[in-house]
Design a protein around this ligand. Structure first.
Ligand SMILES: *[C@@H]1O[C@H](CO)[C@@H](O)[C@H](O)[C@H]1NC(C)=O
Ligand SMILES: *[C@@H]1O[C@H](CO)[C@@H](O)[C@H](O)[C@H]1NC(C)=O
Ligand SMILES: *[C@@H]1O[C@H](CO)[C@@H](O)[C@H](O)[C@H]1NC(C)=O
Ligand SMILES: *[C@@H]1O[C@H](CO)[C@@H](O)[C@H](O)[C@H]1NC(C)=O
Ligand SMILES: *[C@@H]1O[C@H](CO)[C@@H](O)[C@H](O)[C@H]1NC(C)=O
Ligand SMILES: *[C@@H]1O[C@H](CO)[C@@H](O)[C@H](O)[C@H]1NC(C)=O
Ligand SMILES: *[C@@H]1O[C@H](CO)[C@@H](O)[C@H](O)[C@H]1NC(C)=O
Ligand SMILES: *[C@@H]1O[C@H](CO)[C@@H](O)[C@H](O)[C@H]1NC(C)=O
Ligand SMILES: *[C@@H]1O[C@H](CO)[C@@H](O)[C@H](O)[C@H]1NC(C)=O
Ligand SMILES: *[C@@H]1O[C@H](CO)[C@@H](O)[C@H](O)[C@H]1NC(C)=O
Ligand SMILES: *[C@@H]1O[C@H](CO)[C@@H](O)[C@H](O)[C@H]1NC(C)=O
Ligand SMILES: *[C@@H]1O[C@H](CO)[C@@H](O)[C@H](O)[C@H]1NC(C)=O
Length: 662
């Protein structure tokens, strides 16, 4: 309102002027004061009155006092930073800029009291920025920034809620990428910074990472993932082993190894498996060559060995002198389990007379077991013999037998029915005499060789006794019985002493008798039973008695005959015309009945009785016209002379032994 604006040089000279020419100078005080400008006040200075413009006004105090624009002095200087300056008539006031507050908490202030404008922290007021955003205070204002994971859609970094309607939107990745031949493991989220982890399916692998990352750009990085199929390739070669089998080269395939021949599994597995990483797992087989080490020592043997200790190497064992081989094998082999096969006690002490046995009564056999083959050996036999009833040895023979057989058989020429002691001696491989004794008993059956029955009642046999002086005594016990005659018994006892080679003896035996003859040799405790059956001979002549011999039916009385020479079977009454008896042939009547012949010139059987039906003194009427047996007792012709026979028949085995009486 007064001097020009800006930084013109005007005001300072004005002030100087004011000081050099005080107002009212030269005028009376009272007058001066009356002339003061309405916005001036009269001041007494060094006894003189002067008009001075009031505070906030500038002028000469009398004619003009115009308002001083304090704000022109420099807003920042007068009100301070962040202020607006308002000039008033004669004064001014300060107001804080938006976003600032007066430190005296008033709306307006005058800076001279030290009041200043300080920045308001708008962020202290909650919720300025809305959801998912945070407030950042600035001098005089504030900015809203989206929280992590949120983003402004317009792409700005920050916003002011008053200035825009922008809001923070959550940042989200889409579905995570799929992994070919793989799958997601664990939990994941779609917010940036989260990671999805994958695993390959069995049999697949990945070398290029198995996770994807959700970036702030809503994208999964990397966007493509895949697993490759596992292939272990050709299984590794293993030293001293060969592949026994291979099921493939894919994941889970197996390869088996075996040690090559002569090698054994020292450690490791025989099977390797193709693992998920495409490696053969467990191909750690170690094969070492078999080594059996030193062979075993076996008692009484010597070793024959080429020092080799590998598989199937052999060590031979040889029996020492005086021992013989008695095993299944004379060698031991180095086996897969790195051991020599055990063969124990294969050599036994020499046996010169093992398993000595007597056979076929007079033969001896034994087994010679020495280590040597085909060696001739001399055996000295000392044979002492005596008969069973003798107390001392009567035979004494020494003989030598030389043989190279391992299993000699010697049959000795010994008398029968004797006890022998046979002492066999030989020389062992250690030059020691070795002897064995065996008892031999010869049986007696040879003393009764070829026993023969001759001439019905005689016996002969053959003595097989060596030495002409040998004498034998036989005891005979003869017993005879008849099957048809219970009470019959014929018994006799006698003895016989003989030196004959073929003795004979005849017995006084009765006919029709079963005999058993017990021949015993007392000395030899031997007996022999011979059965003999004597022939049935003719029965005794029958007794017959005619009580009356006249008329056509004369009475005939029969007597029972004795079973002396055999069993009596039948009685027959034979009628023969007189005069024919000279030509009578007994057997021709055996079956002739009265009706066999038409002429009565020939005889016929008139009656036949079985022996058991005949009673003593039985009467038969001749010609009584009855049948007796199958025979007709025909009436005799009167005036004719007959000759009547009684026939007694001993019948056994269809052999007839008839006896007659007239
Ligand atoms: C005003 O602001 C300026 C620049 O920012 C600064 O240098 C000065 O010290 C401030 N004055 C006061 C009184 O705060
Ligand atoms: C502003 O005023 C306050 C209170 O009177 C004082 O504490 C502060 O130091 C002042 N600031 C400046 C920059 O002068
Ligand atoms: C076995 O070894 C021994 C000692 O090493 C040696 O004296 C011998 O001649 C060897 N035998 C053979 C058959 O090689
Ligand atoms: C072992 O026995 C066999 C026959 O069985 C024979 O040929 C070989 O000579 C024997 N060896 C020894 C060392 O006795
Ligand atoms: C003993 O000898 C008999 C007859 O010669 C024979 O059968 C048997 O096997 C032998 N026993 C032994 C153990 O040699
Ligand atoms: C026993 O002797 C008989 C007759 O002398 C003869 O036939 C048989 O072979 C002999 N047996 C043996 C085992 O020698
Ligand atoms: C049997 O042989 C031995 C020696 O081998 C000899 O001394 C003895 O005279 C012989 N005896 C006979 C009966 O030959
Ligand atoms: C068998 O003969 C030997 C040699 O003559 C003799 O030493 C031994 O005592 C005899 N043994 C018997 C049981 O007679
Ligand atoms: C049988 O006995 C008869 C007479 O008694 C005689 O002649 C005959 O030599 C005897 N037979 C034998 C084989 O002895
Ligand atoms: C006697 O010998 C006969 C004929 O061989 C036989 O049938 C009968 O049974 C024998 N009787 C006796 C008692 O041995
Ligand atoms: C034969 O006679 C002997 C001696 O008397 C007797 O020991 C033996 O038992 C008799 N044998 C028979 C079969 O009767
Ligand atoms: C029966 O008569 C005939 C002739 O007349 C004769 O040849 C025969 O021997 C007679 N038989 C007997 C059993 O008498």
């Amino acid at each position: 309102m007064s001097a020009g604006r800006g930084r013109a040089l005007g005001p300072p000279p004005l002030l100087l002027l004011l000081l050099a020419l005080p107002p009212g100078a030269g005028l009376p005080v009272s007058d001066v004061c009356a002339t003061c400008h309405v916005h001036a006040t009269c001041h007494q200075i060094e006894g003189k009155s002067a008009c001075i413009c009031n505070y906030g006004f500038v002028g000469n105090g009398r004619t003009h006092c115009q308002d001083k624009d304090e704000c022109q002095i420099g807003a920042s200087k007068i009100c301070g930073n962040h202020t607006l300056c308002h000039n008033t008539h004669g004064s001014f006031y300060c107001v804080c800029l938006d976003g600032f507050r007066a430190s005296n908490n008033n709306k307006i202030f005058i800076p001279n009291d030290g009041t200043n404008c300080t920045d308001i922290d708008e962020c202290e007021e909650a919720g300025l920025c809305g959801y998912n955003a945070r407030c950042v205070n600035t001098e005089g204002s504030y900015e809203c920034y989206c929280n992590d994971g949120y983003k402004l859609e317009n792409g700005e970094r920050s916003f002011h809620p008053n200035a825009s309607s922008a809001s923070c939107k959550e940042i989200r990745c889409g579905s995570p990428p799929e992994m070919k031949h793989g799958y997601i493991v664990g939990n994941y989220s779609l917010v940036p910074g989260s990671t999805v982890h994958y695993e390959c399916k069995e049999g697949f692998y990945s070398n290029e990472g198995k996770s994807s990352y959700c970036t702030a750009e809503k994208a999964w990085e990397p966007a493509t993932l895949s697993c490759k199929v596992v292939d272990c390739g050709v299984p590794p070669a293993i030293l001293n082993a060969h592949q026994a089998s291979l099921s493939g080269t894919a994941y889970g395939s197996e390869v088996t190894y075996s040690c090559i021949h002569g090698y054994f599994i020292a450690s490791g597995n025989q099977t390797a498996v193709c693992n998920a990483k495409g490696q053969w797992d467990g191909a750690d087989l170690m094969c070492k060559e078999i080594d059996c080490g030193r062979p075993l020592l076996i008692p009484h043997t010597e070793i024959i060995w080429d020092n080799s200790t590998t598989l199937l190497s052999r060590v031979f064992y040889k029996c020492k002198e005086g021992y013989y081989f008695n095993g299944e094998r004379n060698f031991s082999e180095c086996t897969l389990d790195q051991k020599w096969e055990s063969i124990t006690y294969i050599c036994k002490e020499e046996e010169l007379f093992s398993n000595l046995t007597v056979f076929n009564e007079t033969c001896v056999t034994w087994q010679m077991r020495t280590g040597r083959l085909g060696v001739q050996k001399t055996y000295t036999f000392h044979i002492l013999g005596r008969r069973w009833d003798e107390k001392t040895f009567s035979e004494d023979v020494i003989l030598n037998i030389t043989t190279s057989e391992d299993n000699p058989k010697v049959c000795l020429d010994l008398n029968s029915g004797s006890n022998y002691v046979v002492n066999i001696t030989t020389i062992s491989s250690t030059n020691m005499p070795v002897s064995v004794t065996v008892a031999v008993q010869t049986k007696v059956k040879e003393a009764f060789n070829n026993v023969l029955i001759f001439n019905d009642t005689c016996l002969k046999w053959r003595r097989s006794v060596r030495g002409a002086d040998m004498e034998d005594r036989y005891l005979f016990h003869v017993q005879g019985q008849r099957w048809y005659q219970k009470e019959f018994l014929h018994e006799m006892t006698f003895d016989l002493t003989t030196r004959k080679q073929a003795p004979e003896v005849c017995f006084d035996l009765q006919p029709g008798t079963n005999y058993s003859i017990n021949i015993s040799m007392v000395a030899l405790n031997f007996s022999l039973l011979v059965s003999m059956t004597t022939q049935i001979t003719d029965p005794p002549f029958p007794d017959i008695e005619f009580v009356a011999a006249k008329g056509s039916a004369p009475l005939l009385r029969l007597r029972k005959a004795e079973d002396r020479n055999g069993p009596i079977s039948l009685y027959q009454v034979i009628v023969l015309p007189l005069g024919l008896q000279s030509t009578f042939v007994c057997d021709s009547f055996a079956t002739a009945t009265f009706f066999s012949n038409t002429t009565d010139a020939k005889g016929y059987v008139a009656a036949e009785f079985r022996a058991r039906d005949v009673a003593d003194n039985m009467s038969v009427a001749l010609g009584d016209r009855h049948y007796y047996g199958k025979f007709y007792n025909a009436p005799l012709k009167l005036g004719k002379e007959y000759c009547v026979f009684l026939r007694i028949i001993s019948e056994w085995n269809k052999i007839h032994h008839p006896a007659f009486h007239t």
